[in-house]
Ligand binder design. Structure first.
Ligand code: BYC
Ligand code: FE
Ligand code: FE
Ligand code: FE
Length: 471
């Protein structure tokens, strides 16, 4: 059970450890200062219809009600312990899961936790101005739900740093509030988290593609031999599902509206009609997919091999995979560059290929979502197909970084790139056009012209429910 009488709601008995409690209570006001500065701008005093965790059971963990965001009960919730849990992979396979940090892995583990933790406040910073241009109260509420939960994910990592990493942990927890997305001097750690999220199409793409990286990274950390990390990630994953729902249905509704406008006006140029065309949407997709697959790191990575061998970070659904879970002699097919001219697959040691394997799992999952979007287009009777770009397109990390590749996977020269870049990626003009569509729609049940309403509301409320009471 979660104790809401505590100043920091939790199911880990923080009050049983005075020193930890004091440290977290000292961090809490700094978190709130950060939230007020860097959290959603313009709505901090409003009542928002939010869900708050009341237990960690899969059935019925949520409570819905109006909350002012600064009063949201951010807390520390770990999934229930698995009795007698064993490490399921790497050199320590079969040993009891660790309840304390193994001394020899301390700095590696801290780094993983900090990298994970850094993305959470970064996304809140990236999204802080979006409320001002919400397409509906329903969408506004979903944005804020995502934001408060990303704030809670920061708490999840800060708890681990404070509880298990002593003084360096406390220093890292401070730094997590000091870096800023996009800041030239103190940027967030990973590339995608320093990009802008300037409009709602970007937000929906971000929650589809970038929150989905969260799903895959959290799942691998959910396999960790360090049990507190595993348990906290497993609970975070239950929240993550809603973030990806927001992305998939958000983009889906933009597509639905585009199809309606195309049929109504018998054209695929939707600018005169205030819509987002499918070609424009494809450019946003190209951008967000490429930036998000960078988050998996290099195709060949000794870091990834070490994380696995040490038992710190597993594979997606590790326990469902039928092999030796050590991978010392195993191989995995990795696409690479041959003589700088063409792509080819080679068998690489499975351990160093773990980043690429996870990226493959992720790409398969993305493709399932794209297929569902394409079904919406097909059902509308429109001849257009959204496509994931080739994995080497527009990369900044790994073997394809800086290489000029078309979305369909041809290595092109500078001239061809220059001639086509504006067709493949959002241009300043495209961004200005999408920005010009972003006007707040704050009347219950009303939606901006460029997006269709959702099928149903949140928590069985009607679509026209007053999801945010704006004062
Ligand atoms: N940008 O061996 P390599 C989420 C660095 S999203 C900048 O290729 P490795 C969320 C790397 O640090 C999930 N730098 O990669 C979503 C290393 O630096 P050093 C976030 C990058 O170590 C939405 C060097 O390049 N969680 O939760 O296997 C909203 C070579 O490294 C990038 C995690 O990522 C990049 N994209 O790292 C809110 C889990 N990629 O050693 C939240 C924790 C690599 O040369 N992180 N580098 O200084 C990890 O498991 C790993 O650090 C990575 C891959 C997956 C990032
Ligand atoms: Fe998160
Ligand atoms: Fe998320
Ligand atoms: Fe997010």
């Amino acid at each position: 059970a979660i104790d809401y009488l505590e100043s920091i709601p939790n199911n880990v008995d923080i009050s049983g450890d005075r020193r930890l409690q004091r440290a977290l209570e000292a961090w809490q006001p700094r978190f709130l200062d950060w939230w007020k500065d860097m959290g959603p701008e313009g709505f901090q005093g409003d009542d928002v219809y939010l869900r708050t965790a009341i237990s960690v059971d899969s059935n019925g963990w949520a409570n819905f009600g109006y909350v002012r965001m600064p009063e949201y009960r951010w807390g520390i919730f770990l999934a229930e312990p698995v009795e007698d849990r064993k490490i399921s992979f790497g050199d320590h396979k079969g040993e009891a899961a660790w309840q304390e940090v193994p001394g020899e892995y301390r700095s590696v583990l801290r780094r993983l936790i900090v990298t994970q933790g850094d993305t959470e406040p970064a996304s809140v910073e990236q999204q802080r101005l979006l409320g001002m241009t919400c397409p509906s109260l329903y969408d506004l509420r979903n944005l804020f739900q995502v934001n408060v939960e990303e704030g809670r994910h920061l708490w999840a990592m800060v708890y681990l740093l404070h509880a298990y990493f002593g003084r360096d942990g406390r220093e890292e927890a401070e730094s997590l509030l000091e870096r800023r997305s996009g800041d030239a001097d103190h940027p967030r750690i990973l590339g995608a988290f320093n990009e802008d999220t300037p409009d709602w199409l970007s937000f929906f793409m971000f929650t589809f593609f970038t929150d989905r990286d969260g799903k895959y990274q959290l799942a691998t950390l959910g396999e960790s031999g360090f049990d507190p990390l595993s348990r906290t990630c497993r609970f975070m994953l239950t929240e993550e599902a809603h973030h990806m729902f927001v992305g998939e249905t958000g983009v889906g509704r933009v597509i639905e509206r585009a199809c309606e406008l195309m049929k109504e006006h018998d054209t695929d140029d939707l600018a005169p009609h205030g819509g987002i065309s499918l070609a424009l949407l494809q450019k946003w997709l190209n951008f967000h997919f490429s930036v998000s697959i960078d988050l998996f790191g290099s195709e060949i990575s000794t870091n990834a091999a070490n994380y696995y061998t040490m038992g710190l970070k597993g594979r997606f659904a590790e326990e469902k995979i039928d092999d030796d879970h050590r991978l010392k002699d195993a191989h995995y097919g990795v696409t690479g560059l041959r003589d700088g001219k063409r792509f080819g697959m080679s068998e690489e040691p499975a351990l160093t290929a773990l980043n690429e394997r996870l990226r493959d799992d992720y790409v398969t999952d993305c493709q399932r979502g794209i297929d569902r979007w394409n079904r919406v287009i097909r059902n509308a009777g429109i001849d257009f197909e959204l496509k994931l770009p080739h994995r080497a397109f527009h990369r900044q990390i790994g073997a394809f970084a800086g290489l000029k590749v078309s979305p369909d996977g041809r290595i092109v020269d500078d001239a061809e790139w220059a001639a086509n870049e504006a067709k493949w990626l959002p241009t300043d003009t495209d961004r200005a056009y999408v920005a010009s569509l972003m006007h707040p729609v704050m009347e219950p049940g009303k939606f901006a012209n460029w997006i269709a309403p959702p099928r149903r509301g949140i928590n069985a409320q009607p679509v026209e429910f007053q999801y945010v009471k704006h004062h």
